[in-house]
Design a protein around this ligand. Sequence first.
Ligand code: PEP
Ligand code: MN
Length: 295
Amino acid sequence: MTPNSQWNGQFSCFDLVAKTDEASRNVVHVGDLTIGGGRFVVMAGPCAVESERQILETAQAVAAAGARVLRGGAYKPRSSPYSFQGLGREGLKLLAKARKHTGLAIVTEVMDEEDVGLIAEYADIMQVGTRSMENYSLLEALGQCGRPVLLKRGMTARLEELMCSAQIIAAAGNPDIILCERGIRTFETATRNTLDIAAVPVLKTVSRLPVIVDPSHAAGVRALVPVLARAAAVVGADGLLVEVHPTPEKALSDGVQSLDFDEFEEMMRDLRRYIAIGPFLEDVHPELFVAGGND
Ligand code: PEP
Ligand code: MN
């Protein structure tokens, strides 16, 4: 595949994370797990860590169904100051306990640059949420955190801007970055966000970074999560970030979009044949991604 002159030339603001040739793919290592190395990696768990029982039960259930990484927020960015804000340090300790019980790696969100050191002591992967993609002092601090970073697309960010945020982390010293498409704000209200499925093949062509999809925050409703997960697998995503809760109707955050254990297990079984289909991206010439035409 030849370099894309549009993205790698004009948009040279992200040269550290751009894909210049087929050999230049970053594979992120987390213990014995590799992300972006050809295996489809599923990260699953509750939106927020709520209790020891909740996180341990969820960790066991998602591990048994084939997930390799446990997600769970200890520090939650909430739109309302009256919503549950997370358990903080106690939540991090519970995540570490769940890792010990199951062997799952841990991904959890960091909102504030002052928390980077503390969260890096517990997490295997540092999650940057959609609201923080443009928090440049946080991104710079993550350059020195010694852990891979899961960088979510800002809800109103263009892909070029996502790549520039990745560049900031890389320029600050950390090339271990995983990009995450989680849906963007559009005029559509039938779904919580609009899953930009084209972001996956574009990012996989233009950047050297692994790309995963979060169908939960894109959909906003659990019924759509498995079918969006299929789409992610078919377009060549390297994995998923999915919300799972033992009793979604009682969840303190994002219960409506969370799968229960049976639904998650069924989704994982169903996904296998779709993972086998993707990716077929290598046939697409990157020059084709220079958008044109009028509406
Ligand atoms: C989350 O993963 O729970 C989360 C808050 O996601 P986002 O930043 O994509 O809204
Ligand atoms: Mn959530």
